[in-house]
Write a protein that binds this ligand. Structure first.
Ligand SMILES: NC(=O)c1ccc[n+]([C@@H]2O[C@H](COP(=O)([O-])OP(=O)(O)OC[C@H]3O[C@@H](n4cnc5c(N)ncnc54)[C@H](O)[C@@H]3O)[C@@H](O)[C@H]2O)c1
Length: 383
């Protein structure tokens, strides 16, 4: 069987999630190709060599340019922070390597468009890491919508609630630095809601945003890793240059109305991503922390039986579920990455378009930029 060799850039939060996914695709899915764990890249030789050993990579590189130039790498997987995405993707496209890139695709829509055009021109497969599209219960929501079960959609109401920086003593990690992250709650977590909204309802016409940075200065830090930091220097403070919370109202091209709230200041909420969709024939509700379940309300049920029905999306008929365990033997966060990598391997193996691709990443960035602009200018902005 064909083996497609991975060159993974980054070995922390998403690096761990993706390298685990590579192994699980080979183990659980009948994909058209296997993934080879060829090389992993990070700047610290000692740390990345340990990661290579732990995750099962054959080799490691300390310079991403060296990794991209290798003849034995078929695809590049970018899990470095946002400020690195464009440069890495442009070089990978020039070298005709397929690219998987974490979200948000780029620092802004201009960069994202450049990446999309370069990838298309190179004729490579490209995918962006909107992993929530690959939750079986969310696939079921899409199916119910496409089958007309919800009817005409009036409302999309979405929340992404976290609390990891509510403590003012929490340090200035890279996610709070605009030069590295591009934006705060907007690009980090609104990006997921926006992609789901586009996946389920289609494009957004215009937005009205509201953003706030509640804590404007935080202690400097030596080392940062995902959502954690070590070596905090509480005597030196630096500026937080991104939004702590980003909310917006939206009008979809379909005419539906949307409301979105992304915050890192919702005490008690850890990864509280949820949405509700209301249509002429019924409603759908989803909460990520109960990700195997979908709630479905059907207006056509006899009134004495009406109510939200809880569907466990673990039957073989539910997307991806049959590759795992018997019904009711639930799956978790890491499985979303396995599913997205499975789809990416299929696209690379048969030359079909991957989805969501860099065009989707670009469309998401256009909406993120419009929300930033609207919040800054305090007026509605057309996307
Ligand atoms: N899909 C999701 O749900 C999800 C979740 C978290 C993060 N992300 C995205 O993934 C990306 C990375 O986030 P993370 O949480 O994994 O960050 P992280 O801080 O945990 O890891 C970043 C990695 O990038 C590496 N890196 C940074 N600069 C580099 C360089 N110049 N050369 C080589 N390696 C370099 C670091 O060594 C580290 O291994 C971001 O775009 C983020 O938005 C997506």
């Amino acid at each position: 069987m064909q083996v497609l060799n991975a060159g993974l850039i980054g070995y922390k939060f998403m690096g761990r999630a993706h390298s685990n996914a590579f192994r699980q695709v080979n183990h659980f899915f009948d994909s058209k190709a296997k993934i080879g764990l060829k090389s992993i890249c990070g700047r610290d030789g000692e740390a990345v060599s340990k990661a290579a050993l732990k995750f099962g990579f054959e080799s490691y590189d300390t310079d991403w340019k060296t990794l991209i130039k290798r003849d034995d790498i078929d695809f590049v997987d970018i899990t470095a922070p946002g400020n690195m995405h464009r440069e890495i993707a442009l070089m990978a496209a020039a070298k005709k390597k397929h690219i998987f890139c974490e979200k948000p695709l780029a620092m802004n829509a201009r960069e994202a468009k450049e990446m999309w055009i370069a990838a298309e021109a190179a004729g490579i497969r490209h995918q962006v890491g909107f992993n929530y599209r690959f939750v079986p219960a969310i696939r079921l929501a899409k199916r119910l919508i496409d089958e007309g079960k919800i009817g005409t959609i009036y409302h999309f109401r979405a929340l992404y609630l976290q609390d990891w920086i509510v403590d003012p003593a929490f340090p200035l990690v890279w996610r709070l630095d605009k030069k590295i992250a591009g934006s705060g709650a907007n690009g980090d977590i609104n990006a997921h809601l926006i992609d789901l909204a586009r996946y389920l309802l289609g494009d957004i016409e215009r937005v009205s945003g509201l953003q706030k940075t509640f804590i404007k200065k935080r202690p400097m830090v030596d080392m940062m890793d995902g959502l954690r930091a070590t070596g905090v220097d509480s005597s030196t403070y630096g500026d937080v240059t991104v939004d702590d919370a980003s909310l917006f109202l939206a009008e979809f091209k379909s005419g539906a109305l949307g409301s979105f709230e992304a915050t890192r200041f919702a005490s008690g909420r850890k990864n509280g991503m949820s949405f509700e969709i209301n249509g002429s024939n019924g409603s759908i509700r989803f909460e990520f922390e109960r990700m195997n379940e979908l709630l479905y309300y059907n207006n056509e049920d006899p009134s004495y039986q009406r109510g939200f029905k809880l569907i466990s999306a673990t039957e073989p008929e539910h997307d991806y579920a049959g590759n795992w365990w018997p019904p009711g033997h639930i799956i978790g966060y890491e499985h979303t990455f396995v599913h997205e990598m499975f789809e990416f391997v299929q696209a690379m193996a048969d030359g079909s378009n991957a989805s969501p691709d860099f065009k989707d990443g670009y469309e998401c960035c256009r909406i993120l930029d419009a929300v930033d602009k609207s919040a800054a200018e305090r007026e509605w902005v057309n996307v």
